[in-house]
Design a protein around this ligand. Sequence first.
Ligand code: FAD
Ligand code: FES
Length: 254
Amino acid sequence: MSTVQDLDCLVTHIEQVLPGVVKVVFECSGISSVAAPGQFVQIEPSADVFPVTRRPITINRLTHSGFELLFDVIGRGTELLARMQPGDTARVLGPLGNGWKIHQGSNCLLIGGGLGAAGFQFLIDSVNSAEVLIGASGQERVIPFGACHVVTEDGSLGEKGLVTSLLSEKFLAEADVIAVCGPVAMMEAVWSIIPEKHQGKVQISTESRMGCGWGVCDGCSIPMLEGGYRKCCTEGPVFHGTEIDWKRWKEAGL
Ligand SMILES: Cc1cc2nc3c(=O)[nH]c(=O)nc-3n(C[C@H](O)[C@H](O)[C@H](O)COP(=O)(O)OP(=O)(O)OC[C@H]3O[C@@H](n4cnc5c(N)ncnc54)[C@H](O)[C@@H]3O)c2cc1C
Ligand code: FES
């Protein structure tokens, strides 16, 4: 039986946490009680006809009676979402997707690029231990976590550099799950330097433009190495790094 629900969820808190980055908390135990780390929700930005489709956002963490999202305000849909006020309700479909393949005793290495780390807190809260490596263009793009290793391209926080510079054999060897999320180019750069002996541990949280979010429109295909495509919304968003056809995915420019 599917646990996906389509509910009117109450906004209890909303704030800008970084320039152009908004945190919103929904009261919605119907979704949070069945959600797993790495899953996402589809939110209706407004009751008007435009934007036509809902917008997918990853669940960043659970709260006592709902869940929190962190999102970049980049276009019309997220602009409308950022205008919500406490007391408003929004139509939310979720939880969607497969989530990370982890268990409570997992020792995770989390590698995030910019807002790709939105969603990591739920994962951190669900495993035995987590090392978190974050790369961003500058400090205004670094999501605050308790303990993490940070590099920025402009050197405004942590060492100057790319997240790949933080990878070490020690981190890779100690992890039984290596979780990666960020822009495709960043994830491909990370994937390309992970030695083959550790590649089987790598899980990639993919992103794609989405229409329906529940497997109907075929709008979210991720190219697979075995040939063909799999759906980011229902078969993903998390795939093993070894399953993805990196060349075709990068060329698709998603
Ligand atoms: C499974 C999933 C989980 C996501 N989780 C988060 C999250 O936790 N936090 C967050 O900030 N964003 C997340 N996103 C991305 C987010 O859904 C998009 O930024 C949002 O839908 C943009 O809507 P918009 O109407 O504001 O912008 P639009 O007007 O639709 O687009 C503005 C610009 O952004 C580009 N764009 C839109 N969506 C994407 C996308 N998915 N990938 C790459 N480029 C895109 C468009 O091509 C366009 O150039 C997630 C996407 C997916 C598929
Ligand atoms: S978004 Fe419609 S099939 Fe995935």
